[in-house]
Design a protein around this ligand. Structure first.
Ligand code: PLP
Length: 456
Protein backbone atom coordinates (compact mmCIF):
# COMPACT_ATOMS: atom_id res chain seq x y z
CA UNK A 1 0.00 0.00 0.00
CA UNK A 2 1.08 3.60 -0.68
CA UNK A 3 -0.75 6.12 1.49
CA UNK A 4 -3.87 3.92 1.46
CA UNK A 5 -3.72 3.24 -2.29
CA UNK A 6 -3.49 -0.40 -3.31
CA UNK A 7 -0.40 -1.15 -5.40
CA UNK A 8 -0.41 -3.58 -8.32
CA UNK A 9 1.05 -7.06 -8.08
CA UNK A 10 2.23 -9.40 -10.82
CA UNK A 11 2.40 -12.98 -9.51
CA UNK A 12 2.79 -15.04 -12.70
CA UNK A 13 4.95 -14.93 -15.78
CA UNK A 14 3.25 -12.87 -18.49
CA UNK A 15 0.98 -13.96 -19.96
CA UNK A 16 -0.26 -16.10 -17.06
CA UNK A 17 -1.72 -19.52 -17.88
CA UNK A 18 -5.37 -18.40 -18.15
CA UNK A 19 -4.50 -15.31 -20.19
CA UNK A 20 -2.35 -17.44 -22.47
CA UNK A 21 -5.30 -19.64 -23.42
CA UNK A 22 -7.56 -16.63 -23.99
CA UNK A 23 -4.89 -14.86 -26.10
CA UNK A 24 -4.55 -17.96 -28.28
CA UNK A 25 -8.33 -17.89 -28.84
CA UNK A 26 -8.01 -14.19 -29.75
CA UNK A 27 -5.29 -14.87 -32.30
CA UNK A 28 -7.52 -17.38 -34.06
CA UNK A 29 -10.44 -14.97 -34.60
CA UNK A 30 -9.44 -11.32 -34.42
CA UNK A 31 -8.10 -9.17 -37.24
CA UNK A 32 -4.48 -8.74 -38.29
CA UNK A 33 -3.39 -5.80 -36.16
CA UNK A 34 -4.90 -7.35 -33.04
CA UNK A 35 -3.35 -10.76 -33.67
CA UNK A 36 0.06 -11.64 -32.27
CA UNK A 37 0.30 -8.24 -30.57
CA UNK A 38 2.57 -8.50 -27.56
CA UNK A 39 2.02 -5.02 -26.15
CA UNK A 40 -0.54 -6.18 -23.59
CA UNK A 41 0.35 -9.75 -22.60
CA UNK A 42 -2.79 -10.52 -20.61
CA UNK A 43 -6.57 -10.52 -20.84
CA UNK A 44 -8.48 -8.25 -18.52
CA UNK A 45 -10.87 -9.83 -16.04
CA UNK A 46 -12.05 -6.65 -14.34
CA UNK A 47 -11.06 -3.12 -13.43
CA UNK A 48 -11.34 -1.63 -9.98
CA UNK A 49 -10.12 1.68 -8.67
CA UNK A 50 -7.12 2.46 -10.87
CA UNK A 51 -6.03 -1.15 -11.28
CA UNK A 52 -6.64 -3.62 -14.09
CA UNK A 53 -6.87 -7.24 -12.98
CA UNK A 54 -6.12 -10.02 -15.45
CA UNK A 55 -7.57 -13.53 -15.69
CA UNK A 56 -4.72 -14.87 -13.56
CA UNK A 57 -5.21 -12.38 -10.74
CA UNK A 58 -2.27 -10.10 -11.66
CA UNK A 59 -2.96 -6.41 -11.27
CA UNK A 60 -1.59 -3.42 -13.21
CA UNK A 61 -1.74 0.32 -12.56
CA UNK A 62 -3.84 1.68 -15.41
CA UNK A 63 -2.03 4.42 -17.35
CA UNK A 64 -4.16 3.96 -20.44
CA UNK A 65 -7.61 4.87 -19.02
CA UNK A 66 -9.38 3.47 -22.08
CA UNK A 67 -7.17 5.73 -24.25
CA UNK A 68 -8.52 8.70 -22.29
CA UNK A 69 -12.20 7.71 -22.49
CA UNK A 70 -12.31 6.75 -18.79
CA UNK A 71 -10.98 9.99 -17.28
CA UNK A 72 -12.57 9.47 -13.86
CA UNK A 73 -11.56 5.86 -13.22
CA UNK A 74 -13.34 2.65 -14.10
CA UNK A 75 -16.83 3.22 -12.69
CA UNK A 76 -17.38 6.76 -11.43
CA UNK A 77 -20.55 6.27 -9.33
CA UNK A 78 -22.34 9.45 -10.44
CA UNK A 79 -21.70 8.66 -14.11
CA UNK A 80 -23.01 5.12 -13.63
CA UNK A 81 -26.15 6.33 -11.83
CA UNK A 82 -26.92 9.03 -14.41
CA UNK A 83 -26.40 6.67 -17.31
CA UNK A 84 -28.62 3.93 -15.86
CA UNK A 85 -31.35 6.39 -14.88
CA UNK A 86 -31.45 7.81 -18.42
CA UNK A 87 -31.55 4.34 -19.92
CA UNK A 88 -34.41 3.34 -17.58
CA UNK A 89 -36.29 6.42 -18.72
CA UNK A 90 -35.60 6.51 -22.47
CA UNK A 91 -33.91 3.25 -23.50
CA UNK A 92 -32.18 3.62 -26.87
CA UNK A 93 -33.34 6.71 -28.72
CA UNK A 94 -32.41 8.37 -32.01
CA UNK A 95 -31.29 11.93 -31.50
CA UNK A 96 -30.94 12.66 -35.19
CA UNK A 97 -34.74 12.42 -35.41
CA UNK A 98 -36.21 12.94 -31.95
CA UNK A 99 -34.93 15.05 -29.05
CA UNK A 100 -34.69 14.38 -25.34
CA UNK A 101 -33.71 16.71 -22.52
CA UNK A 102 -30.26 15.24 -21.80
CA UNK A 103 -29.27 16.03 -25.39
CA UNK A 104 -30.36 19.64 -25.15
CA UNK A 105 -28.79 20.13 -21.73
CA UNK A 106 -25.49 18.64 -22.83
CA UNK A 107 -25.35 20.92 -25.87
CA UNK A 108 -26.08 23.95 -23.66
CA UNK A 109 -23.43 22.99 -21.12
CA UNK A 110 -20.76 22.40 -23.77
CA UNK A 111 -21.48 25.70 -25.51
CA UNK A 112 -21.15 27.48 -22.17
CA UNK A 113 -17.76 25.84 -21.58
CA UNK A 114 -16.28 26.22 -25.05
CA UNK A 115 -13.83 28.99 -25.98
CA UNK A 116 -14.47 32.04 -28.12
CA UNK A 117 -17.39 32.18 -30.51
CA UNK A 118 -18.29 28.48 -30.42
CA UNK A 119 -22.10 28.49 -30.25
CA UNK A 120 -23.50 25.19 -31.53
CA UNK A 121 -23.04 21.45 -31.43
CA UNK A 122 -23.47 18.61 -33.91
CA UNK A 123 -23.66 15.18 -32.25
CA UNK A 124 -21.46 12.24 -33.30
CA UNK A 125 -20.49 8.91 -31.76
CA UNK A 126 -16.75 8.81 -32.47
CA UNK A 127 -13.86 11.18 -32.85
CA UNK A 128 -13.30 9.90 -36.36
CA UNK A 129 -16.81 10.95 -37.38
CA UNK A 130 -16.24 14.34 -35.78
CA UNK A 131 -13.16 14.89 -37.96
CA UNK A 132 -15.02 13.74 -41.06
CA UNK A 133 -17.85 16.16 -40.26
CA UNK A 134 -15.49 19.05 -39.58
CA UNK A 135 -13.93 18.73 -43.01
CA UNK A 136 -17.34 18.67 -44.68
CA UNK A 137 -18.45 21.69 -42.67
CA UNK A 138 -15.33 23.72 -43.45
CA UNK A 139 -15.81 23.11 -47.15
CA UNK A 140 -19.51 24.00 -46.93
CA UNK A 141 -18.90 27.18 -44.91
CA UNK A 142 -16.15 28.55 -47.16
CA UNK A 143 -16.92 27.02 -50.53
CA UNK A 144 -13.23 26.09 -50.74
CA UNK A 145 -11.94 22.57 -51.39
CA UNK A 146 -8.61 22.18 -49.58
CA UNK A 147 -7.66 21.42 -45.97
CA UNK A 148 -4.24 22.24 -44.56
CA UNK A 149 -3.21 19.42 -42.27
CA UNK A 150 -0.07 18.39 -40.39
CA UNK A 151 2.17 15.35 -40.82
CA UNK A 152 2.39 13.33 -37.65
CA UNK A 153 -1.16 13.92 -36.45
CA UNK A 154 -3.75 11.26 -35.73
CA UNK A 155 -7.42 11.80 -36.53
CA UNK A 156 -8.96 8.34 -36.69
CA UNK A 157 -9.45 5.27 -38.80
CA UNK A 158 -12.06 5.98 -41.47
CA UNK A 159 -11.30 5.05 -45.05
CA UNK A 160 -11.28 8.56 -46.44
CA UNK A 161 -10.83 11.89 -44.67
CA UNK A 162 -9.72 11.03 -41.17
CA UNK A 163 -7.41 8.22 -42.25
CA UNK A 164 -5.93 10.48 -44.90
CA UNK A 165 -4.82 12.74 -42.11
CA UNK A 166 -3.72 10.07 -39.70
CA UNK A 167 -0.10 10.14 -40.69
CA UNK A 168 1.07 9.01 -37.27
CA UNK A 169 0.60 5.28 -37.46
CA UNK A 170 2.95 3.05 -35.52
CA UNK A 171 3.36 0.83 -38.58
CA UNK A 172 2.89 2.67 -41.89
CA UNK A 173 0.53 0.63 -44.03
CA UNK A 174 -0.06 0.53 -47.71
CA UNK A 175 -3.74 0.73 -48.51
CA UNK A 176 -4.31 3.59 -46.08
CA UNK A 177 -6.15 6.41 -47.80
CA UNK A 178 -3.27 8.85 -47.59
CA UNK A 179 -3.58 9.43 -51.29
CA UNK A 180 -6.95 11.17 -51.21
CA UNK A 181 -7.14 14.60 -52.86
CA UNK A 182 -8.10 17.73 -50.99
CA UNK A 183 -5.28 17.99 -48.47
CA UNK A 184 -1.95 19.72 -48.24
CA UNK A 185 0.42 18.86 -45.44
CA UNK A 186 3.04 20.64 -43.40
CA UNK A 187 5.14 18.94 -40.72
CA UNK A 188 3.58 19.13 -37.24
CA UNK A 189 5.47 21.78 -35.22
CA UNK A 190 8.05 19.81 -33.29
CA UNK A 191 10.62 21.22 -30.94
CA UNK A 192 12.55 17.98 -30.40
CA UNK A 193 12.70 16.33 -33.80
CA UNK A 194 12.16 19.18 -36.23
CA UNK A 195 12.44 18.58 -39.95
CA UNK A 196 15.07 20.56 -41.88
CA UNK A 197 17.34 20.42 -38.83
CA UNK A 198 20.08 18.16 -37.60
CA UNK A 199 21.61 17.51 -34.22
CA UNK A 200 20.25 18.05 -30.78
CA UNK A 201 17.28 20.38 -30.24
CA UNK A 202 15.33 22.10 -28.91
CA UNK A 203 14.30 23.46 -32.29
CA UNK A 204 12.30 26.47 -33.35
CA UNK A 205 8.90 25.06 -34.29
CA UNK A 206 7.89 28.21 -36.21
CA UNK A 207 9.93 26.83 -39.11
CA UNK A 208 6.71 25.02 -39.97
CA UNK A 209 5.13 28.42 -40.65
CA UNK A 210 7.97 29.32 -43.00
CA UNK A 211 7.35 26.08 -44.84
CA UNK A 212 3.64 26.88 -45.19
CA UNK A 213 4.21 30.43 -46.38
CA UNK A 214 7.27 30.05 -48.55
CA UNK A 215 6.73 26.58 -49.99
CA UNK A 216 3.14 25.36 -49.77
CA UNK A 217 1.48 28.67 -50.58
CA UNK A 218 4.00 29.57 -53.28
CA UNK A 219 4.44 26.23 -54.96
CA UNK A 220 1.47 23.99 -54.20
CA UNK A 221 -1.81 25.72 -53.35
CA UNK A 222 -3.29 29.20 -53.46
CA UNK A 223 -4.41 30.47 -50.06
CA UNK A 224 -7.90 31.14 -51.41
CA UNK A 225 -8.33 27.40 -52.04
CA UNK A 226 -7.85 26.47 -48.40
CA UNK A 227 -11.03 26.11 -46.33
CA UNK A 228 -9.48 25.36 -42.99
CA UNK A 229 -6.52 24.24 -40.93
CA UNK A 230 -7.01 20.91 -39.17
CA UNK A 231 -4.72 20.62 -36.17
CA UNK A 232 -4.44 18.89 -32.81
CA UNK A 233 -3.59 21.66 -30.32
CA UNK A 234 -1.38 19.10 -28.62
CA UNK A 235 -0.43 16.10 -30.76
CA UNK A 236 -1.19 13.08 -28.58
CA UNK A 237 -0.28 10.02 -30.60
CA UNK A 238 2.86 11.74 -31.87
CA UNK A 239 4.05 11.93 -28.26
CA UNK A 240 2.46 14.94 -26.53
CA UNK A 241 3.86 17.72 -28.68
CA UNK A 242 2.72 21.14 -27.55
CA UNK A 243 3.52 23.87 -30.10
CA UNK A 244 4.97 27.18 -28.95
CA UNK A 245 2.94 30.35 -28.38
CA UNK A 246 4.87 31.86 -31.33
CA UNK A 247 3.67 29.06 -33.58
CA UNK A 248 0.04 29.66 -32.57
CA UNK A 249 0.42 33.40 -33.05
CA UNK A 250 1.76 32.85 -36.55
CA UNK A 251 -0.80 30.23 -37.50
CA UNK A 252 -3.81 32.23 -36.33
CA UNK A 253 -2.43 35.28 -38.18
CA UNK A 254 -2.40 33.19 -41.38
CA UNK A 255 -5.99 32.07 -40.67
CA UNK A 256 -7.06 35.72 -40.26
CA UNK A 257 -5.20 36.89 -43.35
CA UNK A 258 -6.53 34.21 -45.69
CA UNK A 259 -9.96 33.45 -44.21
CA UNK A 260 -9.02 29.91 -43.15
CA UNK A 261 -11.17 28.26 -40.48
CA UNK A 262 -9.25 27.03 -37.45
CA UNK A 263 -10.33 23.43 -36.75
CA UNK A 264 -8.99 22.17 -33.44
CA UNK A 265 -9.11 18.41 -32.98
CA UNK A 266 -9.49 18.13 -29.21
CA UNK A 267 -10.76 14.56 -29.29
CA UNK A 268 -7.84 13.57 -27.09
CA UNK A 269 -7.10 16.83 -25.25
CA UNK A 270 -10.56 18.04 -24.25
CA UNK A 271 -12.02 18.26 -20.77
CA UNK A 272 -9.06 18.34 -18.47
CA UNK A 273 -6.32 16.15 -19.94
CA UNK A 274 -3.91 19.08 -20.38
CA UNK A 275 -4.77 20.73 -17.07
CA UNK A 276 -7.26 23.14 -18.62
CA UNK A 277 -10.82 22.43 -19.78
CA UNK A 278 -9.65 22.62 -23.40
CA UNK A 279 -6.10 22.63 -24.71
CA UNK A 280 -7.18 25.75 -26.64
CA UNK A 281 -7.30 27.52 -23.26
CA UNK A 282 -3.54 27.06 -22.86
CA UNK A 283 -2.96 29.70 -25.55
CA UNK A 284 -6.35 31.47 -25.65
CA UNK A 285 -7.12 29.99 -29.07
CA UNK A 286 -10.53 30.71 -30.57
CA UNK A 287 -11.35 27.94 -33.02
CA UNK A 288 -14.09 28.06 -35.62
CA UNK A 289 -14.62 24.31 -35.25
CA UNK A 290 -13.79 22.32 -32.12
CA UNK A 291 -13.87 18.51 -31.97
CA UNK A 292 -14.52 16.58 -28.77
CA UNK A 293 -14.42 12.88 -27.89
CA UNK A 294 -12.81 10.55 -25.36
CA UNK A 295 -12.97 12.68 -22.16
CA UNK A 296 -16.55 13.63 -23.00
CA UNK A 297 -17.48 9.96 -22.60
CA UNK A 298 -16.58 10.21 -18.87
CA UNK A 299 -16.19 6.43 -18.76
CA UNK A 300 -19.80 5.97 -19.88
CA UNK A 301 -20.98 5.26 -23.40
CA UNK A 302 -19.46 6.29 -26.72
CA UNK A 303 -20.03 9.96 -27.47
CA UNK A 304 -18.20 12.68 -29.39
CA UNK A 305 -19.06 16.09 -30.79
CA UNK A 306 -18.44 18.72 -33.41
CA UNK A 307 -18.77 22.21 -32.01
CA UNK A 308 -18.62 25.33 -34.15
CA UNK A 309 -19.52 28.96 -34.50
CA UNK A 310 -22.93 30.12 -35.71
CA UNK A 311 -21.31 31.05 -39.01
CA UNK A 312 -20.35 27.40 -39.55
CA UNK A 313 -23.24 25.47 -38.02
CA UNK A 314 -26.37 27.62 -37.70
CA UNK A 315 -27.53 27.30 -41.31
CA UNK A 316 -25.53 24.24 -42.34
CA UNK A 317 -27.17 21.61 -44.52
CA UNK A 318 -24.39 19.09 -43.99
CA UNK A 319 -25.65 15.75 -42.70
CA UNK A 320 -23.71 14.59 -39.65
CA UNK A 321 -24.09 12.00 -36.91
CA UNK A 322 -26.02 8.77 -37.37
CA UNK A 323 -28.22 6.25 -35.58
CA UNK A 324 -26.24 6.13 -32.35
CA UNK A 325 -25.14 9.75 -32.03
CA UNK A 326 -25.90 11.17 -28.60
CA UNK A 327 -28.35 8.59 -27.39
CA UNK A 328 -29.76 9.89 -24.08
CA UNK A 329 -27.89 7.58 -21.69
CA UNK A 330 -24.56 8.60 -23.25
CA UNK A 331 -25.53 12.27 -22.83
CA UNK A 332 -26.57 11.74 -19.22
CA UNK A 333 -23.21 10.11 -18.49
CA UNK A 334 -21.38 12.96 -20.22
CA UNK A 335 -23.33 15.49 -18.14
CA UNK A 336 -22.33 13.68 -14.94
CA UNK A 337 -18.73 13.86 -16.17
CA UNK A 338 -19.04 17.63 -16.69
CA UNK A 339 -20.29 17.92 -13.10
CA UNK A 340 -17.19 16.11 -11.88
CA UNK A 341 -14.96 18.41 -13.93
CA UNK A 342 -16.81 21.49 -12.64
CA UNK A 343 -16.13 20.54 -9.01
CA UNK A 344 -12.56 21.84 -9.34
CA UNK A 345 -11.11 18.79 -7.58
CA UNK A 346 -10.39 17.03 -10.86
CA UNK A 347 -8.29 19.85 -12.32
CA UNK A 348 -6.55 20.26 -8.95
CA UNK A 349 -5.60 16.57 -9.10
CA UNK A 350 -4.40 16.97 -12.70
CA UNK A 351 -2.17 19.77 -11.50
CA UNK A 352 -0.70 17.50 -8.85
CA UNK A 353 -0.14 14.69 -11.34
CA UNK A 354 1.64 17.16 -13.61
CA UNK A 355 3.88 18.29 -10.76
CA UNK A 356 4.74 14.67 -9.93
CA UNK A 357 5.59 13.93 -13.58
CA UNK A 358 7.87 16.97 -13.78
CA UNK A 359 9.57 16.19 -10.47
CA UNK A 360 10.11 12.47 -11.07
CA UNK A 361 10.62 12.25 -14.83
CA UNK A 362 12.24 15.47 -16.13
CA UNK A 363 15.54 14.64 -14.36
CA UNK A 364 15.73 11.40 -16.38
CA UNK A 365 16.93 13.38 -19.42
CA UNK A 366 20.16 14.21 -17.58
CA UNK A 367 20.45 10.76 -16.00
CA UNK A 368 20.16 8.57 -19.09
CA UNK A 369 21.74 8.92 -22.52
CA UNK A 370 18.71 7.16 -24.02
CA UNK A 371 16.06 9.50 -22.61
CA UNK A 372 16.03 12.13 -25.32
CA UNK A 373 13.03 14.13 -24.21
CA UNK A 374 10.39 14.10 -21.47
CA UNK A 375 7.17 15.94 -22.30
CA UNK A 376 4.78 16.33 -19.36
CA UNK A 377 1.51 18.24 -19.73
CA UNK A 378 -1.34 17.95 -17.25
CA UNK A 379 -2.18 14.31 -16.58
CA UNK A 380 -0.10 13.24 -19.53
CA UNK A 381 3.54 12.53 -20.11
CA UNK A 382 5.56 11.06 -22.97
CA UNK A 383 9.18 9.96 -22.96
CA UNK A 384 11.06 9.81 -26.23
CA UNK A 385 13.95 7.35 -26.42
CA UNK A 386 17.07 7.83 -28.55
CA UNK A 387 20.22 5.82 -29.13
CA UNK A 388 22.27 8.87 -28.06
CA UNK A 389 21.73 12.54 -27.46
CA UNK A 390 24.00 13.74 -30.27
CA UNK A 391 22.26 11.97 -33.14
CA UNK A 392 18.80 11.65 -31.51
CA UNK A 393 18.29 8.51 -33.57
CA UNK A 394 14.94 7.02 -32.56
CA UNK A 395 15.25 4.01 -30.23
CA UNK A 396 11.95 2.11 -30.44
CA UNK A 397 13.52 -1.18 -29.25
CA UNK A 398 14.66 0.59 -26.09
CA UNK A 399 11.12 1.91 -25.52
CA UNK A 400 9.64 -1.53 -26.09
CA UNK A 401 12.06 -3.10 -23.59
CA UNK A 402 11.12 -0.45 -21.02
CA UNK A 403 7.43 -1.22 -21.62
CA UNK A 404 7.98 -4.97 -21.10
CA UNK A 405 9.98 -4.26 -17.94
CA UNK A 406 7.16 -2.02 -16.66
CA UNK A 407 4.56 -4.72 -17.29
CA UNK A 408 6.50 -7.10 -15.06
CA UNK A 409 6.40 -4.38 -12.39
CA UNK A 410 2.61 -4.04 -12.76
CA UNK A 411 2.38 -0.85 -14.82
CA UNK A 412 0.45 -0.69 -18.09
CA UNK A 413 0.99 2.45 -20.16
CA UNK A 414 1.04 3.12 -23.91
CA UNK A 415 3.82 1.77 -26.08
CA UNK A 416 3.55 0.81 -29.74
CA UNK A 417 6.32 -1.29 -31.26
CA UNK A 418 7.67 1.04 -33.92
CA UNK A 419 7.49 4.29 -31.97
CA UNK A 420 10.31 5.37 -29.65
CA UNK A 421 7.71 6.62 -27.18
CA UNK A 422 6.39 5.66 -23.77
CA UNK A 423 3.21 7.50 -22.81
CA UNK A 424 1.44 7.60 -19.46
CA UNK A 425 -2.20 8.61 -19.71
CA UNK A 426 -3.79 7.93 -16.32
CA UNK A 427 -7.29 8.84 -15.25
CA UNK A 428 -7.41 12.52 -14.32
CA UNK A 429 -8.38 11.38 -10.83
CA UNK A 430 -5.60 8.84 -10.26
CA UNK A 431 -4.24 9.19 -6.71
CA UNK A 432 -0.94 11.11 -6.99
CA UNK A 433 0.83 8.55 -4.77
CA UNK A 434 0.03 5.74 -7.25
CA UNK A 435 1.22 7.96 -10.09
CA UNK A 436 4.44 8.78 -8.25
CA UNK A 437 5.04 5.11 -7.49
CA UNK A 438 4.58 4.35 -11.22
CA UNK A 439 7.01 7.10 -12.24
CA UNK A 440 9.62 5.68 -9.86
CA UNK A 441 9.10 2.24 -11.36
CA UNK A 442 9.73 3.83 -14.74
CA UNK A 443 13.06 5.31 -13.61
CA UNK A 444 14.13 1.89 -12.32
CA UNK A 445 12.97 0.14 -15.50
CA UNK A 446 14.96 2.57 -17.66
CA UNK A 447 18.05 2.03 -15.49
CA UNK A 448 17.75 -1.75 -15.96
CA UNK A 449 17.28 -1.50 -19.73
CA UNK A 450 20.07 1.10 -20.06
CA UNK A 451 22.48 -1.30 -18.35
CA UNK A 452 22.16 -3.61 -21.38
CA UNK A 453 20.39 -1.71 -24.15
CA UNK A 454 18.76 -3.74 -26.95
CA UNK A 455 20.02 -3.48 -30.53
CA UNK A 456 17.89 -1.04 -32.53
C1 PLP B 1 -6.70 13.59 -31.89
C2 PLP B 1 -7.62 12.47 -32.24
N1 PLP B 1 -8.57 12.66 -33.16
C3 PLP B 1 -9.44 11.68 -33.50
C4 PLP B 1 -9.36 10.44 -32.93
C5 PLP B 1 -10.32 9.35 -33.34
O1 PLP B 1 -11.27 9.17 -32.35
P1 PLP B 1 -12.10 7.79 -32.28
O2 PLP B 1 -11.16 6.71 -31.96
O3 PLP B 1 -13.14 8.06 -31.22
O4 PLP B 1 -12.76 7.61 -33.62
C6 PLP B 1 -8.39 10.20 -31.96
C7 PLP B 1 -8.27 8.86 -31.33
O5 PLP B 1 -7.28 8.51 -30.71
C8 PLP B 1 -7.49 11.22 -31.61
O6 PLP B 1 -6.52 11.04 -30.72
Amino acid sequence: MTGGTELPQVRTALPGPLSKVALQRKDRVLNGVLRDFEGVPFVEARRHDYLIEDLDGNTFADHVSAWGAAPYGAHPPTVRAAQLAAWDRYGMEITNYLQTEPVIELAERLVALAPGRIARVAPTVTGTEAVEGAVKLAREATGRPMILSFLGQYHGESTYLAAANSTDTSVPTTGNAQYVPGFVFAPYPHSFRGPFQRGAGPFDDTLTLDFIENWLLRLQVEPTQIAGVLIEPVAGEAGILAPSAEFWGGLTALCDRYGWLLILDEVQTCLGRCGTVFAADLWGLEPDILLLGKGLTAGGQAIAAIMATDAVLADSHTHLGGTYAWEPAACAAALAGLDLLASGEVLANVKELGAVAREELLPLVDRFEQVGDVRPLGAWVALEFVTDKASITAAPAFGWAVHQNMLRRGVLAISEGNKPLYRMQPALTMPPELFRWSCRQLAEAIAQVAADPPVE
